[in-house]
Write a protein that binds this ligand. Structure first.
Ligand code: BTN
Length: 242
C-alpha cells in the first residue's frame, strides 16, 4: 500500500478525497508535516503546526454497510490507543466517546471520519487522525484541554515509529471489521471508554442538548442515555461533557 508524505497540505482529509476521486486504492495513507487548514469535527479547525505532530488520513474502500461506518472511527481510536502504548508504555490512553483519545483527562488525539456513500453503498471513506506528539505548548484557546505524548511521557517520541505502529494495528482491526467481528471490536472499545455509568450532557446537532445517565453503548456504537424522566435515547454524533 502506498504511503504518501507531503511537506504541507491544507488538510490530509481533503487530499485523501482528491486521491479517492482519482481512483487511488483502499489503504492509501496521506501524511503531512503541517496542515494549513486542519479540520476538526463540527466545522472546527485542528491546530496542526509543523514538525511536532502526526497528521494523517487513510483512504478506504470498506466492504461494509454504511450503517457500520462508525466502526471506522472505533477501529481508529483502538489503533491509536494501541500505538501510543507501544511507543510510550507508561501511558494509559482513554477513549472519550465518540472519537477522542485522552491522556490524563486531556485530548491528545482527534479523529475525523468522512464518508462518501450513494445508493446504500460506501464509495469511499476517509479517516483522518491527528495526534499531538512532541508539542510542549499549545495556543491559549486549547491550552487547558490539549496535551501531547511528550508532555505526558516526559520524553520525545519518534513519530515514524508511532505512525508505523498505528497503521499495523489499524490494518489488523480493519480486517476484523470487514470480517464482521463487530462485537469483538465493540468490546475492546468499550473497555477503554470513560463514559458508561456517567452522568453526561450531550450537545447534539441544531443546538439541542440532552442530559442523562449513560446506560451503555449500542451495537452500532451509539450512546444509550436515560434522562431524569426515565426516557431512553440513543446518540451517535455530538459533543459530550462529563
Ligand atoms: C476532532 O477532534 O475534532 C477531529 C480532529 C481531526 C484532525 C485530523 S489531523 C489529520 C486529518 N486531517 C484533517 O484535516 N483533520 C484530521
Amino acid at each position: 500500500k502506498e504511503i504518501r508524505v507531503y511537506p504541507s497540505l491544507d488538510s490530509t482529509n481533503t487530499k485523501a478525497k482528491e486521491l479517492a476521486a482519482d481512483d487511488y486504492p483502499t489503504g492509501t495513507v496521506i501524511i503531512t508535516e503541517e496542515q494549513q487548514q486542519g479540520k476538526g469535527r463540527r466545522g472546527r479547525g485542528w491546530y496542526s503546526p509543523p514538525g511536532t505532530g502526526l497528521w494523517f488520513s487513510v483512504l478506504l474502500r470498506p466492504d461494509i454497510a454504511p450503517n457500520k461506518a462508525p466502526f471506522l472511527t472505533i477501529i481508529s481510536a483502538l489503533a491509536v490507543s494501541e500505538g501510543i502504548k507501544k511507543v510510550a508504555s507508561s501511558l494509559v490512553p482513554v477513549i472519550k466517546w465518540p472519537n477522542d483519545v485522552l491522556l490524563a483527562g486531556k485530548k491528545v488525539c482527534g479523529i475525523l471520519s468522512e464518508l462518501n456513500a450513494d445508493l446504500g453503498m460506501i464509495k469511499y471513506a476517509v479517516t483522518g487522525i491527528g495526534i499531538n506528539v512532541n508539542q510542549t505548548s499549545f495556543p491559549a484557546e486549547i491550552a487547558d484541554i490539549a496535551t501531547s505524548l511528550k508532555i505526558e511521557a516526559g520524553n520525545e517520541i519518534d513519530r515514524t515509529l508511532l505512525v508505523q505502529e498505528i497503521i499495523v494495528s489499524f490494518e489488523r482491526y480493519y480486517l476484523e471489521m470487514e470480517a464482521g467481528h463487530y462485537d469483538k471490536l465493540l468490546g475492546l472499545w468499550k473497555k477503554q471508554l470513560n463514559i458508561i455509568g456517567e452522568q453526561v450532557i450531550i450537545y447534539a446537532n441544531e443546538g439541542i442538548t440532552y442530559e442523562g445517565n449513560v446506560l451503555d453503548v449500542s451495537s452500532q456504537g451509539e450512546l444509550i442515555i436515560k434522562d431524569k424522566n426515565g426516557e431512553i435515547n440513543k446518540f451517535w454524533a455530538g459533543d459530550v461533557s462529563l
